[in-house]
Design a protein around this ligand. Structure first.
Ligand SMILES: [Zn+2]
Length: 177
């Protein structure tokens, strides 16, 4: 599994503050978000609605988009895949889940500490990811760990785009005051 540090790197700046309730995402309404997100891509909008407005339709759309992007990766890199097994599809959904609904790291209460690489989030274990994707731990280690990392990166890049747009919206608002 990717180390907490790697996730922290991939998802740098993805934390918006603590709300409790199992995730450490701030919850905003769709309309609040829509105003802040002008200029973002549709995929990034879906990410933002899923992550910050807890919008399940947007989450489904996001998963569908990540599946397409992951399937393109699989084609481009000629991943050997067992026919009929939805491994790429499953891992795409897990990657979305891992980024959109990060679990709070209990040891620090989501504040961020050395153990979690300052992310404040608890990563899914290799065992959990492999089981959820219907893979053995060995198979996951051997064939899928790096691929999963690449799929995770697709989601993290949307996260980064949203962070960038929100940061610009925020500084614009401050200038207007
Ligand atoms: Zn921690």
């Amino acid at each position: 599994m990717a180390s907490p540090k790697l996730i922290a790197l991939l998802c740098a700046g993805s934390q918006m503050g603590s709300t409790g309730g199992g995730t450490n995402r701030a919850v905003l309404s769709r309309s609040e978000l829509a105003g802040l997100l002008s200029g973002a891509s549709e995929a990034a909008m879906d990410f933002a609605y899923a992550a910050y407005a807890l919008d399940l339709d947007a989450e489904r759309m996001l998963i569908a988009r990540v599946r397409v992007a992951a399937a393109n990766l699989a084609n481009a890199q000629k991943w050997e895949i067992v026919k009929g097994r939805p491994t790429v599809s499953n891992l795409s959904a897990i990657a979305v889940f891992e980024v959109v609904r990060p679990l709070v790291h209990k040891e620090c209460g989501g504040v961020g500490c050395r153990l979690c690489g300052m992310t404040g989030t608890k990563l899914l274990s290799v065992r959990t990811i492999a089981a959820a994707a219907g893979l053995s731990k060995d198979d996951f280690h051997r064939n899928w760990q790096d691929r999963y990392r690449q799929i995770l990166k697709i989601v993290c890049e949307l996260d980064a785009e949203v962070q960038g747009v929100l940061a610009r919206a925020d500084s614009g608002r401050r200038e207007a005051l």
